[in-house]
Design a binder for this molecule. Structure first.
Ligand code: G4P
Length: 294
């Protein structure tokens, strides 16, 4: 199936970023803490290469805390600033402000020497759709602004948001044209960054189930009261078993697998399965593989 997940307006957004990158001091890329690598947009990386960068891992309240810590270390080791936040919670804006100021320490010091200490700090805010950009900017601005639509041109209000001595440049959410792996695409679909109406919901649910069987079997078993044997089922059979348990039947006693799939994806996104991170930093995976081999 040919999935049309890179609409024209996203192409425009990338061009808009390219045109505006020279106007900012730093780039703040919001990531989803449940999939830090898959939510990191390589197109954004390319466009923002020359600028100081800060990764803000949002939705940390939904992610596995130990893995979130590991990811923060990972990004910091790569030379970028990184903080984990929940944009919905008060205090997250202050955390990010501190991180930006640390990242721009040199620039701020240089400006102070030149008597330009009052100069505004200009930050481009970018990220994939649904990563929580509007929530973050509202929190940072301390007020509720109209949600910027995910297409340039139809953004309501202005694109520059002025907050204290900051000017934030609010960019529409953007994906990229070619995912380097099916896993990346699937992860983005799991968290709802690729629109569900272009996806097969049963396939999506089965993908989630098999991923969970691998990395968090105990959470899956607990949520759906699964036996050891049921945990070993193939994804389709498991989808049916869960649907049956929830009484999602159609005439003739067959399981309504579509309804079961919708329920599973919704429950995952609402973190009913607990705090989950689907990706580990590369080094961590290596070490664990080694431990298994030894
Ligand atoms: P966007 O501009 O990047 O597209 O994202 P937006 O802020 O609209 O947020 C997308 C969804 O993610 C919203 O949920 C929002 O509430 C939720 N969200 C944002 N930040 C966080 C966070 O740190 N933790 C959690 N748990 N959720 C977060 P929604 O269901 O689409 O809307 P709503 O019903 O919450 O308003």
């Amino acid at each position: 199936r040919n999935i049309q997940w890179f609409p024209g307006h996203m192409m425009k957004t990338l061009r808009l970023m390219e045109a505006n990158i020279k106007n900012v001091d730093a780039v703040l890329q919001l990531l989803d803490a449940r999939i830090p690598m898959s939510s990191l947009n390589p197109e954004i990386q390319r466009i923002t290469e020359q600028k100081p960068r800060l990764y803000v891992m949002n939705k940390a309240d939904l992610a596995d805390p130990a893995l979130t810590n590991a990811w923060v270390k990972y990004f910091r080791a790569s030379g970028a600033g990184c903080v984990a936040i929940s944009a919905k919670q008060k205090g997250s804006a202050a955390q990010v402000r501190t991180a930006i100021e640390k990242e721009l320490e040199d620039l701020i010091a240089r400006r102070a020497i030149k008597g330009m200490g009052g100069a505004r700090i200009r930050v481009m805010v970018v990220g994939i759709p649904n990563v929580g950009k509007s929530t973050f900017i509202n929190n940072f601005a301390g007020q509720v602004r109209a949600k910027a639509a995910d297409r340039p041109g139809v953004t309501r209000g202005k694109q520059w948001v002025t907050v204290g001595n900051y000017d934030l440049l609010d960019m529409p959410g953007v994906l990229w044209k070619k995912f380097d792996s099916l896993e990346t695409a699937t992860n983005l679909a799991f968290i709802g960054s690729i629109k569900d109406d272009i996806l097969d919901i049963e396939e999506l649910a089965m993908g989630l189930l098999s991923q969970m069987q691998k990395i968090y079997p105990e959470k899956l078993a607990e949520r759906y009261k699964l036996s050891e044997e049921q945990l070993q089922l193939g994804p389709w059979e498991l989808l049916e078993a869960i649907g049956r348990k929830r009484g999602m039947l159609i005439s003739g006693g067959e399981v309504n697998t579509e309804r079961a799939a919708i329920m599973l994806v919704d429950e995952f996104r609402a973190s009913k399965w607990g705090r989950i991170t689907l990706e580990k930093p590369y080094q961590m995976e290596q070490t664990q593989e080694q431990e298994v081999q030894e």
